[in-house]
Design a protein around this ligand. Sequence first.
Ligand code: TRP
Length: 335
Amino acid sequence: MAKQRVLTGITTTGTPHLGNYVGAIRPAIAASHDEAVDSFFFLADYHALIKCQDPAQVRQSSKEIAATWLALGLDTDEALFYRQSDIPEITELTWVLCCSAAKGLMNRAHAYKAAVQANEEAGEDPDYGVTMGLFSYPVLMAADILMFNAHKIPVGRDQIQHVEMARDIGQRFNHNFAEVFTLPEAVVDDNVAVLQGLDGRKMSKSYNNTIPLFLPEKQLRKAINKIKTNLLEPGDPKEPDNSTVFQVWTAFASENEIARMRGEFENGIGWGEAKKQLFELVNDELTGARERYNQLMDDPGYIEATLQKGAQRAREISVPLIAKVRDAVGISPVR
Ligand code: TRP
């Protein structure tokens, strides 16, 4: 039997932060070593255009995200690592799928519905500022997934609906034309930590509470010192389970170190000392990767060559697949 294919995309709009690392990148790279799976990771740069109309930011983010995954040790001989825009078959497939995806299905997509609702609340036209890109976003994502006949799609909760739509769109195509597509399933890992940000809410770019992953050491220390705490003094016992400092600690520490820190909290460790230890822990885990990251950012040729190698491998799959799709729908040489 063919190996299970696990596929996920990263939208290239921001700078990777500790929450991305703990919640997505670290577990994805670990899972890619599993012999029983073939992993596909890609930079979703056409998805970036939906949210971001700043070319410099899209370019910079693509570079940073690629460098991040490579610096963290993604083995690109093992996993397929590519850039969506290097696979023209994906956008071609998007159009074909647009012609079988139901508009009514897209009307129900959360991101679109949220935009419409915000407009209605503001007394605007419901479609104010809504582009066709935003509306069709789930079709592009379906093409990403169906193109490689992926089985499992590791995503955050907010993306489950999109994977279900991909499944729906693939099923409809298979039914109408030919059995071309594998039907994908979303996988949400509940064991993976959702990291808290500086203010204690989920670490997220939209809350402006992130700690960038590869901050220089001094700035990392400063950022960790900004994590919100309460006014308890050194010597006062502290509640680990509602402390962001402790929550971030648990995402980086071993079982023993977690137990030790829990004891320290109960014994009244000062916030300054707890943050100092947290900085050391996080910094130790990231130092080697940060060095590689900085080297890679200074060596764009290497990053580009790696992406091109990935694109070449990916197209060994996408070119024959799009040929099947074209043939199934009647786009073929005259004969
Ligand atoms: N839309 C996803 C996100 O914002 C990124 C993405 C694009 C993706 N294409 C994908 C994820 C295909 C999984 C599979 O997080």
